[in-house]
Design a protein. Sequence first.
Length: 509
Amino acid sequence: MSPRFITSLSLILLGSFINVCAVEETKASSNLSVMAFNVENLFDLDDKSIYADFPVTNTTEHHWTPEKLAGKLQRLAEVLRTAEDGKGPSILIIDELEADHSPESTISVSDFLAAQKDKNYKDILKNDLSNELRGMPIEAWLVKALEDEGIKGYQVVLGDVFDLSKEAIHCAILTRLPIKSTKQLRVDGARTIVEAEIEVAGESVYVYANHWKSGAGDAGLEKTRIQNAGVLRKRLDEIFKTNPDANVIIGGDLNAHYNQLQRYPKMGRTGVQDVLGSQGNIEKFTSMNNNGAVLYNLWYDVEPSQRHSDTFQGEWGTLMQIIISKGLANGSGVDYIGGSFGAVIIDGLNAKSQARLPNPVTLYGPGAGVSDHFPVMATFTVYDKDSKGAAPLKRAEISPSEALVEVPGPIDRSKLPRASSLEKMSAEQVANSINDLFVIDGTFLGGGKKTSAVKVGEKTYNLYLSNPKVAQSIKSVAKGTAVQWVGILHFHKNELEFEINNTNFLLPR
C-alpha cells in the first residue's frame, strides 16, 4: 500500500489557509467548544468504495452527485455554525469521512484549495468534474466548503487507513488551535483512534477521535469494543503516569451507550465503562486518589430525558459521547463548563418532525438530510493562572437505567401529513419529507417477521418493523384491514417505505 495512507496523512496542515489565517491562540478567560459529529458516510465523487450506499453511477436519479455533495456540505456547515458565534467549534471530532480510494489523484489537498480559492464550492460542484476533481479526497471538499461558508482555519488530522480493501471510512480531528503532536492508535475491527495533542492557553489537551466496532447490543461484538477501549486505556495510562492531572478529551461514536452495562446487563463487562473507566460518580472522579483511572462521561451532566444522540429499535441511544479527565474539572486552567454538554438538535435541519428524530441523509431526488446521529458538544473555559473557578460538576449521579426513554414520545396525529399525499408531491418535496412522520392511511397487506406492506391508494409501501414489539403486535392484524398507523418515511433500496418503531404507532387514532 502507498505510505500516503499510513503516515503522511496522519497530519495534514492545509497550507492554503494556514497562510491566510494564523493558527488561533486561546486567550485567558475565553471559552472554546468541542464537538463530536458522526457525519454519516461523507463520501467523495470517485465512485470507488467498498460501500454501495453512495453510487455515483446509477440507472435511476437517486444516486450520489456533485450537487448532492454540495447540499450535504452546506447542511453540515449550518450545524457547525451553532458553535462559537458562527465560527464553528475550536475542536471538531469527526466520524465517517470516506477513506480515499483513489490515491492516484495527482493534485494535493493544499494545491486544490489554492487553485480553487476564487471559486465557491457550490459553483464547482454544479459543473461536470474532471476525473482529478472527482478523485479529490472528501476532506478537501469539506475544508473548502467550510472555508467558503465562513468557518475558517481548520487543520486536519486524519486517521490512518491500513487496508483499503476493508476500511471504507476513518476518523479525523479538525482544529484551529496549535497542534503539538499526533499519534495513531490501531485497533481491531474498527477505525484507527486519532490522537492530537493540542495547545490551549499554554496547556496541552489530548484529544481522541474514536469510532469503535458497531453493534451496540451484540455481546459478541462487545469483545471487540473491549479491545478498542483497551488500546486507548493503555495510551491514557502512559500519559497519566507522567501527569495524573493531564487534560484529556475522548469523543466520537463509541457504538456503545454511556450506560452500556445497565442497558445490556448480560454482557457482564463493557469497553466504555469497565475498561476505559467512563462513569458518573463525581466524588470518585475528583478524588485526590484518582490518578486518571476514573473518567467522567458528560452524559451524566444532562437531564436523563435529554440523553440521546441516535435511535435504534424504538429507543433513544447515546452512541455519541464526550468523556473527560479530572484535569478538566478542577477549577483551574482549561476546565469544562458545567451544564454545557448536550446534543446539538436543530429543528428542520438535523431534526425532523414532532418527534425531533435525527435526519439521516437520503439520495432521493435532489437529496436531503444531515446525519443519522446528532452531534454532541461541550464548552470549556480557560481560567487565568492566578484565578480559581468553582468545580463544574454538581449533578448527583442518576441511575443510568432511568435514561432509557422510548422514542418517539407522544405524537399529535392531527398535525401529521397523510401517506396518500405523497403521490402529489414533487421529488424535492418527497426528499424533504423523508424521515418525517406520516399517518399511513391504507390497507394492510400482511407480511413477515421484520417487513410487511400496506397499500395507500394505488401505491404499495413496505413497512420496516424495526422494533420487535411492533413485529409481535402486528401479527394479530388481519390482511385486508384498513389502518391509520403512524410511520417514519424512509428511502431504502430505491423504494420509499415506512418504519414503524413504536407500538403506539399502531393505535387506531
